[in-house]
Design a protein around this ligand. Structure first.
Ligand code: SF4
Length: 442
């Protein structure tokens, strides 16, 4: 058994912060924790230990030791109410929740005073249940920030709702979509919502709204969603992102921890759905390239929330990032950057660019990719904007839960800062997990 790293985790029973270690055993990576009260626990993090360790080592070197935590992505909860009552909801939102914790448009303006250029994710509960949502969108824009709507989409299917938000200036929507067939809806959402979601997608397409599809994946529940949604995303140009994130086991949905998928499994499902044009090895090298870019731009990122760009051509065909470049050559150049950047950071970056340029197969498409990657200079996270036509961002990741929580990575969570009751606190931090548990018990 080899020790890879020590960190802090959570005891899955009492949620206390406990010492944790990532260890390599029989070629696999485990997160091992010890709670003085509830004993030892171990969670499998990756079956392909060497591949995980290679990417994690690169990631850890590239990330700044004390990153600015999510300072360009703010999550703003607007309500606890929701028109769904999903069994897996970690905020335990639903129709019976009250409206006590709903900031007014004026509150939003005050909360954002002094913040500019940030992407502000409006979420809940379900933000569209608020009649004054267009006023909140207007308040966010007036504060000099970029509003993004995170929604279950049910109300977007209704006549005029999207038009009003569009008129207020909304330019990006992330819609929860766990597949197109409704395969896992009863388990994940409490009822089949596939028909109304299709209507919402039609409305988003009609409005030409840059849209991200947000899929929660659970093993043996909606495995078919990956192929369905990847195909749909590639065929519909209003879709600029498709994000597959594994269910996190909070013990509240009647699903066991085996429903959780490891990131490597999600990546492998995406690779299968792409008919092998996206490969796990190519995905790893692309992550390294992104981490190198994040390093140069000072952008934090979680190891368990990964992105992969796909470029679309005007003729309807598409190209995976790894098809644009000699992947092996890129990997070698990134490893050299890893060593040389310690001596002269920007000199190493220039050397990396010089080495990578001859490896590029289609410079025109790479320019599209770079235009998205430099978005942080405009104040929005890299590949976190859906504003670039011609680019589809594919995401694979997992949500922290009490078994998998790892403080080292959580500190770089790009889900950003949550403002609640006027106080800032971190998503997926210990506090969040404890709040989830409280709701689960309530
Ligand atoms: S739609 Fe979202 S906020 Fe509403 S109950 Fe489901 S998970 Fe919770």
């Amino acid at each position: 058994m080899a020790l890879l790293r020590v960190t802090l985790g959570t005891c899955p029973t009492c949620l206390a912060a406990v010492p944790a270690s990532l260890v390599l055993e029989d070629g696999m990576v485990h997160l091992v924790k010890h709670c003085p009260e509830h004993g030892d626990t171990s969670t499998l993090v990756a079956k392909d230990g060497p591949a995980w360790a290679e990417l994690a080592a690169f990631y850890e070197e590239m990330m700044a030791p004390l990153p600015g935590i999510g300072d360009k992505n703010l999550n703003l909860p607007l309500t606890d109410r929701c028109n769904l009552a999903c069994p897996i909801c970690f905020t335990r939102s639903g129709p019976r929740r009250g409206d006590e914790r709903e900031p007014s448009p004026g509150d939003v303006a005050r909360l954002l005073a002094g913040v500019t250029g940030a992407k502000v994710q409006l979420y809940g509960g379900e933000p569209t249940v608020r009649n004054d949502l267009p006023d909140i969108v207007t308040a966010v824009i007036a504060s000099g920030n970029v509003p993004v709507l995170a929604t279950n989409g049910l109300l977007l299917a209704e006549e005029g709702v999207l038009d009003e938000l569009r008129a207020a200036g909304l330019g990006e929507v992330h819609i929860q979509l766990d597949g197109l067939s409704g395969q896992g809806d009863n388990t994940l959402r409490g009822r089949d919502v596939s028909a109304v979601k299709r209507k919402a997608l039609e409305a988003l397409e009609k409005a030409g709204m840059p849209t991200g599809l947000e899929c929660t994946l659970a093993r043996d529940v909606n495995d078919g969603a990956v192929a369905e949604l990847l195909t749909y995303a590639l065929d519909h140009h209003f879709v600029r992102g498709v994000f597959f994130r594994s269910y996190g086991h909070l013990g509240i949905a009647g699903l066991g921890p085996t429903a959780r998928l490891r990131v490597e499994e999600v990546v492998s499902m995406v690779a299968d759905a792409s008919n092998g044009r996206i490969t796990p090895a190519g995905w790893t090298t692309v992550q390294k390239a992104l981490y190198a870019a994040f390093n140069l731009l000072g952008v934090p990122s979680c190891l368990y929330n990964q992105f992969y760009p796909v470029l679309r051509r005007p003729d309807g065909t598409w190209t995976a990032a790894e098809e644009l470049v000699d992947v092996e050559g890129l990997d070698d150049a990134l490893e050299r950057f890893r060593v040389t950047r310690h001596r002269l950071r920007w000199g190493a970056a220039a050397q990396l660019a010089t080495e990578v340029l001859p490896l590029v197969r289609e410079p025109g498409l790479v320019r599209t990719l770079l235009s998205a990657a430099v978005q942080p200079l405009a104040g929005v996270g890299p590949l976190d904007t859906l504003a670039t036509p011609g680019l589809l961002v594919v995401g694979a990741g997992s949500l922290c839960d009490p078994d998998t929580f790892d403080l080292t990575y959580s500190l770089r969570c790009d889900a950003g800062l949550v403002v609640r009751d006027g106080e800032p606190w971190l998503t997926q931090s210990l506090d969040t997990l404890r709040e989830e548990r409280r709701h689960g018990e309530g």
